[in-house]
Design a protein around this ligand. Structure first.
Ligand code: NAP
Ligand code: MG
Length: 501
């Protein structure tokens, strides 16, 4: 069902009440208006209707948030023990689950992702990230060392929180990306100035309220909403911020790295774009591979940084695999995520819709064959048919660039030489994720070594677990989120050397 209005949705009372509120910025534990008094409308990408408004911050609001974060870092938060930090993180997880229906509806309304995924996948993942990081709070340690310098020494390292961190989020998984950023920073003892994407601030604001309810001291988690070009720059250039963690496009990531360096050389970690390869061998479980391929590129209308957007299938099974993926694509139901029975929602905005559609047109122009899909759907809302393109390859825009929409580029290979196959997979400036489909463990592990990406999945298209490090090779980023590795982003090491005699 397409062309709905906001009134067609059945909202729980909690969601309706939340949307009706006058959302402020979260600064020092208070919901406050922007100093300029400006507000900004927030839209549902399925109906294109306004659903609520939020405060629109300027640089002066960022400054207040940084002051609050600094005061909390040096004050209340410094006095909270690691065990208490862990308890607070666990309570945040409990509150996220207890408010799961409301958060899932807000996420669906604001990001377009079908409600069943928000409810069953995101809420679980977000709560799990807080619980996983809660466990780390008490396990952040230094080492003792045995120096060989003359004399007698006692030497050890301290692992200390990096300080006030600025965190900048994308719009595709607003709630998950907030959890990936907030939970490890709090576990490490940092304080936060968080900027959600301009289009999708609602769940981050709600999580900040739940965090206060869970006992997080005022000023530890501040949320500023507004434009990246204004408050994003205010964060990355602010001398009071010690580190920036960013998830978003490679282009903006480069800009952010430059600002971080030229301001106060603040530390910076980047989770950027991808153009992830999927490689299918003839011995694979083809049904599982087909389901994995379709899930990887069509889930959330392809607006997934790790989306498997370049498909390489061995010649022996190419026709069968591509036909089956196209059949799945055709069978997927596209429509508003708030109404049951839809597998794909809209893309986030008119600009994103135009961008994806123009990629499809460029693909046609460059000689790609549209196996299925390729059209925009409905009069209202930013819906796009799941699309499979064949006859694609290096040098074509659809192959080389991240589309960030439900568009798969299928290619065949017939070489048996794994180095040659890896070279095709690696022919991209990106290196975020990848998957290999085979029953041959030697092929799987040899390719896993050769593929230049931060994540290699074998016989699976995704591995969304809080314990696994996540991040990019090449232009997909700097640093790793999730897992124990993320703690490196939010801590710094101090060597203490004591001359005993
Ligand atoms: P984006 O345009 O790069 O925006 C990301 C964030 O940066 C938004 O909050 C944006 O604010 C902000 N921003 C924009 N200009 C800025 C500036 N000058 N200084 C500081 N911040 C600024 O990315 P997007 O369009 O939201 O998301 C899509 C991209 O994110 C894709 O490339 C995707 O692959 C990538 N992504 C990567 C991962 C990962 O983990 N590797 C996960 C998800 C998404 P506004 O919203 O106000 O513009
Ligand atoms: Mg953008």
């Amino acid at each position: 069902m397409l062309d709905v209005t906001f009134k067609d949705y059945l909202l729980t009372p909690a969601t309706a009440a939340y949307l009706a509120r006058q959302h402020g910025l979260m600064i020092d534990g208070q919901s406050v208006a922007a100093l300029s008094g400006k507000r900004k409308a927030i839209y549902d990408p399925a109906s294109e209707e306004e659903i609520t408004t939020v405060a629109e911050s300027g640089a002066e609001d960022v400054d207040l948030a940084v002051r609050a974060a600094r005061a909390a870092f040096e004050g209340a938060w410094a006095k909270v023990t690691p065990s208490q930090r862990g308890r607070i993180l666990n309570r945040i997880a409990d509150l996220i689950e207890a408010n799961g229906d409301e958060l899932a509806e807000l996420e669906c309304l604001n990001s377009g992702k079908p409600l069943q995924f928000c409810r069953n996948v995101d809420i679980y993942g977000v709560a799990d990230m807080f619980r996983y990081m809660a466990g780390w709070a008490t396990k952040i340690t230094g080492d003792t060392h045995n120096p060989s310098m003359p004399g007698e020494w006692h030497a050890y390292t301290l692992r200390q929180p990096v300080g006030v961190v600025g965190q900048i989020l994308p719009w595709n998984f607003p709630m998950n990306m907030a959890a990936w950023k907030i939970a490890p920073a709090l576990a490490a003892g940092c304080t936060i100035v968080l900027k959600p994407a301009e289009a999708t601030p609602l769940t981050a604001l709600r999580i900040a309220e739940l965090a206060l309810e869970a006992g997080l001291p005022a000023g530890v988690l501040n949320v500023v909403t507004g434009k990246g070009s204004i408050i994003g720059d205010a964060i990355t250039n602010h001398p009071g911020i010690d580190k920036v963690a960013f998830t978003g496009s490679t282009e903006v990531g480069k800009h952010i790295a430059r600002s971080c360096v030229s301001s106060n050389l603040k530390k910076v970690s980047l989770e950027l774009g991808g153009k992830s390869p999927v490689i299918v061998f003839p011995d694979a479980d083809i049904d599982a591979a087909v389901a994995g391929i379709a899930g990887s590129i069509f889930f959330h209308a392809g607006q997934v940084c790790a989306a498997g957007s370049r498909l390489y299938v061995h010649d022996k099974v190419y026709d069968r695999v591509v036909e089956a993926v196209a059949a799945r694509a055709k069978a997927l139901k596209v429509g508003p995520g708030m109404l049951p029975g839809h597998d794909l929602g809209p893309v986030i905005s008119r600009a994103q819709h135009e961008s994806v559609m123009s990629y499809i047109e460029k693909g046609r122009g460059e000689g790609a064959e549209v196996v299925t899909g390729g059209r925009s759907l409905g009069q209202k809302g930013y819906f796009i048919e799941p699309t499979v393109l064949a006859n694609t390859g290096p040098g074509m825009t659809v192959h080389d660039e991240e589309i960030f929409g439900p568009v798969l580029c299928a290619m065949r290979f017939d070489e048996e030489d794994l180095a040659g196959i890896a070279a095709r997979a690696n022919a991209s400036p990106y290196g975020l994720s990848s998957s290999v489909w085979t029953r041959d463990i030697s092929v799987a592990h040899r390719l896993a070594k050769m593929i230049q990406s931060g994540i290699v999945n074998v016989n699976a298209h995704t591995s969304p677990d809080a314990s696994l490090p996540y991040g990019g090779y090449k232009q997909s980023g700097w640093g790793r989120e999730r897992g124990a590795e993320v703690l490196d982003l939010y801590t710094q090491i101090k060597a203490v050397a004591v001359k005993l005699a």
